[in-house]
Design a protein around this ligand. Structure first.
Ligand SMILES: [Zn+2]
Length: 541
């Protein structure tokens, strides 16, 4: 009798043995973004990783947790991954005057005034983003108004492309700049025998070097502000394209002290200190949250400022084709150095000539099919005969859909309509390797991943312009776009075994949305809200 009782008890216990986990999310519509693009209902998470994906009944029967989230049929996606951005630079921009898209110089001055009121004292006021092409007269500004407002506080306002700045007289004085002074590769602009405050190229550096170096507290402020905004918009991994080893030291320390939680993939800038740093000599660096495995190389400039290197002259500036930022021999030497390492070569190339140069250098070393994951950042304008070089050599085009919808207003002026057909050609680029990572390049664009989604599927900006989409033949499908913002972005960073999808064994980075991106009409995409963001199974937003 006693034996039977004991046996029954054992049977009863084993029937309801629940495996304890840290978190269960159920009654959700979970886009796993696995190979089959399966949709599940529930997940179980333990130690920051996904341990089960399935339907409500099975997960709730098998697992038990003190933390159970009923999602009430909300939508779950893997956390968004931005394949090309400037995380640190974005954080920094949040602590300076935002002059992006100002329509007039007086509006710019207003913003500087507001900033100064919020940040009183005598410290430097820095700003960034003005573009005289947006002003009614399209003329470069001068520092007259700034001198009146700030006679004893230095001000330095950078143009959107970083190739020019306006400094007030006080900043010029601190830098010891005198009227009539000259500099190689730059200009201190004069008018009626006086400095106007406009600094071109190398002249900017003369004033810039007087700005006090950032402290580690400054870095902390920048990075945490950037992180907060990124989590709020559903980003759980960001690719930072072009940091110094010193920047990475600070990021690593802040992650280790658990102040900074954002998962980052870092490309080190192609500069001498990179190649002597431990990050490089040790063959890369990785922790749970940080991976340093890329080298960011700078091929050419941007299309807007006509710095992109083209095969034929600009349509709106004959006899000018832009230029490469280094010689082809330099790109070749970097490729020769990196081909024997595990580092990914990631080169900025916008113009069709820059792209051709880099594609050929890559092809010379990659020699056909390979898994080195070398990338071309932007891959913006491609000559029709060059597309195949991507596929033939498994070169990854890393593209930013919102660049298409920002540039579409003037890109045809620069390129002409025929050449523009090979621009922002995301579908054609996707067909090369059958996958394509997507990013934003923030803070050049906004961080908002939903704008990326809209630009990729509808080729429209936030105004819904243009009706029917810009070069709509190069739109991506909804599924391709989701993959581009998650698993394919992870793959471009060689992180696809850890993040980018909701599968057993992966890190539990996921987001809960109020509406389903796969189903909302175009004009509602920007209204989709992030309800919650989880990183390593912990809620961060
Ligand atoms: Zn960039």
């Amino acid at each position: 009798m006693r034996l039977i009782f004991a046996l029954t008890l054992v049977l009863l216990l084993s029937a309801c043995v629940h495996q304890r986990v840290d978190l269960i999310v159920h009654h959700a519509q979970i886009y796993t973004v696995n190979d089959e693009f399966n949709v599940a209902e529930a997940i179980a998470i333990q130690d920051g990783k996904i341990v089960a994906v399935g339907n409500n009944d099975d997960i709730l029967k098998e697992y038990q947790s003190d933390s159970i989230v009923n999602a009430n049929h909300a939508i779950v996606y893997p956390g968004f991954i931005d394949a090309h951005a400037h995380f640190l630079g974005y954080g920094q921009s949040l602590y300076s005057v935002d002059l992006m898209f100002v329509p007039t110089w007086s509006e710019a001055i207003e913003r500087v005034k507001l900033f100064a009121e919020k940040h009183p004292g005598k410290g430097w006021i820095k700003g960034r983003g003005w573009d005289q092409n947006r002003f009614p007269n399209k003329k470069f500004p001068t520092n007259t108004a700034l001198n009146l407002l700030f006679p004893d506080r230095p001000v330095l306002l950078e143009r959107v492309d970083g190739h020019a700045s306006i400094a007030n007289d006080f900043a010029l004085q601190l830098a010891g700049v005198k009227a009539g002074q000259t500099i190689e590769g730059g200009q201190f602009t004069m008018q009626n025998g006086k400095l106007t405050g406009l600094l071109i190229d190398n002249a900017v550096g003369i004033v810039e070097q007087k700005v006090p170096a950032a402290t580690s507290n400054d870095y902390k402020d920048w990075l945490l502000a950037a992180q907060q905004n990124c989590f709020a918009t559903g980003l759980t991994t960001v690719t930072d394209c072009g940091l110094s080893p010193h920047d990475v030291d600070i990021i690593d320390a802040l992650q280790k002290s658990n102040d900074l939680k954002m998962r980052l993939y870092v490309m080190l800038s192609d500069q001498p200190s990179t190649y002597t740093s431990n990050y490089f000599t040790a063959g890369g660096y990785r922790t749970d949250k940080l991976m340093v495995k890329g080298i960011k190389v700078y091929g050419d400039g941007a299309l807007g400022s006509r710095g992109a290197c083209l095969l034929q002259p600009y349509t709106d500036k004959s006899s000018w084709s832009g230029f490469l930022l280094s010689s082809p021999a330099h790109f070749d030497s970097i490729a020769a150095k990196l081909i024997t390492t595990d580092f990914q070569m990631c080169t900025h190339a916008i113009g069709d000539s820059a792209n051709r140069t880099i594609l050929k250098v890559y092809a010379k070393y990659l020699k056909g099919k390979n898994d080195k994951r070398w990338r071309i950042e932007h891959a913006q304008i491609i000559n029709p005969t060059d597309f195949q070089l991507f596929g033939d050599n498994n070169i990854i085009p890393s593209v930013q859909p919102t660049h298409a919808t920002s540039d579409m207003y003037w890109a045809a002026e620069r390129l002409g309509t025929k050449r523009l057909k090979g621009g922002y050609a995301f579908k054609q680029l996707l067909e090369q390797n059958n996958w394509l990572p997507l990013g934003t390049d923030f803070p050049v664009e906004e961080i908002n991943p939903f704008k990326t989604f809209l630009a990729a599927v509808s080729r429209q900006d936030e105004k819904g312009f243009p009706a029917g989409g810009f070069q709509i033949e190069n739109a991506l499908t909804h599924e391709q776009t989701i993959r581009g913002m998650t698993i394919w972005a992870a793959k471009a960073n060689r992180m696809e075994k850890e993040v980018g999808s909701i599968e057993v064994g992966k890190k539990a980075d996921f987001i809960i949305l109020d509406k389903d991106l796969m189903k909302v009409p175009s004009d509602s995409i920007l209204h989709v809200k992030v309800l919650k963001t989880y990183l390593n199974g912990a809620r961060v937003y």
